[in-house]
Design a binder for this molecule. Sequence first.
Ligand code: ADA
Length: 569
Amino acid sequence: MLRRFREHDVRRVQDLRGTWDFAFLGDCEPDDVEVSAVGFDDRMAVPGCFDATPCYAGKRGLAAYRTRVPLAGGAQHRLIFDGVHHWGRIFVNGKAVREHVGGFTRFAADFREPSEGEVEIVALVDNRFNYDRCPLHLDYFDWYQYGGIARGAELHALGAVWVEGLRVVTEDLARRRLALTISYGADKAPGETELQVTFDGEVVHRERVELRDASGEIARTLEVPGAPLWSPEEPNLHLVHVRLGDDDMRERIGIRQVRAEGQRVLVNDRPVRFLGFCRHEAHPEIGHGIPDQLLVSDAQLLKDLGCNFVRGAHYPQDVRWLDLCDEAGMLVWSEAIGWQHKAEHLTDPHFVGAQVAHIGEMVAQTINHASVIIWGVQNESDSHDPKCRPAYERLLGRLRELDPTRLVTYASHRPFDDVCLDLVDLVSINCYPGWYHGSIDEIPGHLDRIAAHVDAHGQGEKPLMISEIGAGAIWGQREWEQRMWSEEYQAALLERVLRHLLTDSDRWCGVSLWQFCDVRTSEERMRTLGRPRGFNNKGVVDEYRRPKMAYDVVRRHYREASSRRVEQG
Ligand code: ADA
């Protein structure tokens, strides 16, 4: 399997992937379920999405998963789930230990079990839409929201003191000075404890540290002179390993800095131009539980297309995908879940509170990925409505609080009346000229009007990008004319878009086209009626990653644009 950083050398970790007992309970409330009485009559893959398997295809309801594992000694244990969709309640030996709202983010369920032997783990998983229980997933979104334990699961044995997290930030690029924050937890205040840090296998710091509280943070700086930097062209990575008492954690990092200066985004002080795609993490036969091979294939295709950028639309992407992006030098926009919310949600403390918690989890699982340079929230929500502005302030503010080292943005589809653009570092616009309105010939004029408007309304000194643009094409539909839904139309539209954005205008700092691959849309009737096959067909490859004509158009433009950059130095 793909190595997933973070890792442990010392801590005992059991991988819980495999097939678990399964029962589809359907239309029943989690509170009414007596876990010991569930009749497990089937088996299900973990990771996987039960509603992408033939027997449960398209079903929504409550499901139960069960496995038994031997405990690896010690009294304190931690279950880690990387993504349970959309809502989950975890039981250990019949006792509820954790409830979690929202898929796509990692959460932990801690429990104490002093005796050795087997424990029974049960997860109740609900893929129904229920605003009260889980306001992060709503039925009208334009993608199919699969259910299940879609990403990895592990059982960790914790000692008397354990490393909660390790965060490494590049503080000074020239000096290669890194700021390390080690957070820890413990049964009780640990007192004097041995701390050791290694960098690429070499011990660089050792001390005895006095830990006076049962949880806290240890901040240290580290200089690693001469260590190669991470950049899109040379994605050098390093391993930072921390040992605290009898526990440890390893993170893979890149030494790099990102900032916005005037109309440009700079990585290590060099301007970058985004040549990219928005990418959903889905496949019709496996849902969101993407196996390693498909992640590798997707990375191969993006590289072949000449991309240096991918926007994780519209939710935090699998950490294994981010590992691949780190290795490939692919720049990433990591986005919190959210899609076309209005004041009804954005003024509701229940909704905003769930978003804040979800953002915290996204940042925690993503923080050391060098590829991630942008945080995004609230795709195409009502950023033109003054009533929504406090929510934008809160969510973007929370991101800045958690991580002042990356850029923050949101994809706006209201370029002409948005009232929140002053809150971002990077202005990102979604628009569909030539598709939802106007003709292909009108695209350059429309894009110019957007840029002029943004500049005239106070944002002229910020980078500006197109975060979505595109056209639908049904794979294999070839025509003598450029008719909508044909591959010819999509190819012609993207040709015009890219010529304008990459050659004719220099206001734009890049583009993430909508979209990389076709994805199934939601089952909501009006959405399906507007989407042939029940799919959002704007991929340049279809859902099985078969290329459409537009693939070559994009590939040519992106490759030319990157070789122009190399020539210009
Ligand atoms: C929006 C949205 C995408 C997708 C797209 C489309 O811009 O952000 O998720 O729905 O429109 O295909 O219309």
